[in-house]
Design a protein around this ligand. Structure first.
Ligand code: HEC
Length: 162
């Protein structure tokens, strides 16, 4: 019993130690952004990376592989599923490119997140079912449009990535 307690305490303290040393890493700047703004930039960047890989296949710069489309679509699904949580009301900072009207038009913002998730779902299904490259490309373009329409409405126009 005593041994078990010792084990629990030791595990807990290791955990605490880890959380103390691990937590500050997201507090540090990513282009100067911190906290939830940095978290959502990271999530967006991860989606951007996935789109870039798929875009390269569409453009013929990279060999076409449906498994890479499945992977990319899944990355977008995973990240878009948690996007709304990363935009708590009023979370703006100097580094953020988010337009504050997204909170007054929140329902529309959420619709756009859901649309992205749905288009990525469709892309994943197509890739999984062994669809041909034409079908995958077409769905990829639709997915890209869902990213872009939200950026047009709710992101400052500085650097145009998508
Ligand atoms: C519902 C709205 C919405 C959707 C959908 C959306 N984005 Fe974004 N995205 C934003 C907003 C708002 C920002 C700015 C966030 C900030 O700076 O606080 C952003 C920022 C970004 C950035 C810049 C990140 C950085 O490091 O500054 C990239 C890259 C990006 N999005 C890619 C994508 C891709 C790829 C998709 C689609 C798969 C997508 N986004 C879908 C709203 C959206």
């Amino acid at each position: 019993m005593k041994k078990l307690l010792f084990y629990v305490i030791r595990t807990l303290s290791v955990f605490l130690l880890l959380s103390v040393t691990v937590v500050p890493s997201w507090v540090y700047a990513h282009g100067g952004a911190t906290g939830v703004v940095k978290e959502r930039m990271d999530a967006m960047s991860a989606m951007g990376d996935a789109m870039e890989i798929m875009g390269d296949m569409v453009k013929g710069k990279r060999p076409f592989e449906s498994s890479a489309f499945l992977e990319g679509a899944k990355a977008v699904i995973d990240h878009s599923a948690k996007i709304t949580v990363l935009f708590p009301e009023g979370s703006l900072s100097a580094k953020s490119e988010a337009l504050p009207k997204l909170w007054t038009e929140w329902d529309q913002f959420v619709v756009m997140v859901k649309r992205t998730e749905k288009e990525a779902d469709k892309l994943a299904a197509l890739a999984e079912n062994g669809s041909d490259s034409r079908a995958l490309k077409k769905q990829f373009v639709k997915l890209g449009k869902s990213c872009k329409s939200c950026h047009t409405d709710y992101r400052k126009k500085k650097k145009e990535e998508h």
